[in-house]
Design a protein. Sequence first.
Lengths: 122, 440
Amino acid sequence: MTETRVLLIEDEPNIIEAIRFILSREGWRVDTCSDGGNALEAVRNRNPDLVILDVMLPNRSGYDILSDMRADEAMRDIPVMMLTARGQKKDKELADRLGVNKFMTKPFSNAEMLASARELVR
Amino acid sequence: MSRSLLAGTRIRNSRMALGMKQAELARACGISASYLNLIEHNRRRIGGSLLLRISEALGADPEAIGEGVESALLASLDSAADKHNEVAAERGRADELASRFPGWARLIEAQFRESARLEQVVERLDDRLTHDPFLSASMHNVLTSVTAIRSASGILAGGDPVEPAWQRRFARNIHEDSQRLADATESLVGYLEAEADDRGTGSLPQDEVEQWLIARGWTIDELERDAAAPIEAIVDGAEEIRTLAAQELAHGYLKQYAADAAAIPKPSLEDALGNTEEPLALADVLGAPLPALFRRLATLDPDVLRDHGSFGLVGCDASGTLTFRKPLPDFDLPRYGGACPLWPLFRVGQQPMVPVRETLAMSGRDDYLFDVHAVAEITHPLGFEGPAVMMSWMLIRPWPRGREANRILRAGTTCRVCAEKMCPARREPAVFSTLSDERL
């Protein structure tokens, strides 16, 4: 059985630490990237089973990253869970339009986040 | 709803003030004393010729008897009943309530008005939450801190064993994030308290003028029809403008608008737009200065611009204070504090009357480009003896999708909410990255 690999693209260190801890307990490998400008390259290089993507990132927004992933054949099918403090209807609609698999608004519960992640890597 | 029943109270008061007996007045009006008694106690409606006869007998103005402050009170009660239909208020008896218990009726009216005012404040705050970069960033900061605290505390309280080293680590994270949350909340409360201090109008004078312009679609039809139309009448008729300071601002704005409309009449601009959309060429064809053209383009009604898209406009004085804001979707303009120092708006002040054009990419929204033109103008309102006054203007429009841009300038709205880490012009850290940067 191969190891589940998650790429967490998030710039808040304490959120990174918590999510990494929770997913590592599942036996998953969690890589991180905290700069929107490098995120696409990180996805391309690591080819993860799941991308957890924040929206407001330094240098590049999560929406732009998602849009580019869906336009790239190599990254098109990677499931993306989006985390955002911007939970307005129009934000979710934009994410849906761009091809997000799960849209979660902050603050989310650990159980909710974990259940969604399990669902997406199944 | 009848407004006339309350007239009974006024009739009774007027009669008693004249020392006239009920029977005397009844006789003078050709009605029975018992009928007049019913009218005076607001048990019978009154109007038409009888109202005229009674008013004449009392030497009073029929309008003053038939109408009055109570009519406004009844209208408010009616509106309150409309608003809360589910309560099933006895609407037919509102006049009885107002006449028998005027104090309670006024209390209902006062509460209804206060509730309407608070709803407006909430609506405006909601709008600010969406469009005000400071408020939006503060809320982002609060939600991010809460998320981090919730995740860390969830791990510690989750029931699964957590090694002591990790326990200490998450406890430290919770402490840090709670401190951050406290700071963000304090900042937010300070902001909202400033709002509460402004309870009289619920907004700054600039906000009042801006709300008024938004409500009018930025176009002043009266001045479009006749640039010499009286400005005072336009300001007086503006419901959104409540304070003297806002009236003064609106007056100045309209004076400028009238001058611009006279210099560039709408039909001429419409014709010229049929040939070119290039601001320099338009200004040349119309024989008008660029700042006037920018203001005309930004405030023309959407019908004229339907084939040309809409324009945003921002103006600032020599201190860099934004004095005019007409935003465009995805190009937010800060309500408070300074804007992005990289905007050409601020650069053109170094060389007044020399226009600058840039293609802007807004931070965090790389896929939205904007075509901006900026220019500064100098005026001497007090002649050469007085100080020169400089105003800079920046016209904003979306860059056409698919068109290649030679050079793109990356900018933002304001430093507090800008994610550009390496910006050489940054004035202060972004509120959502300060703590992260410190700890990394």
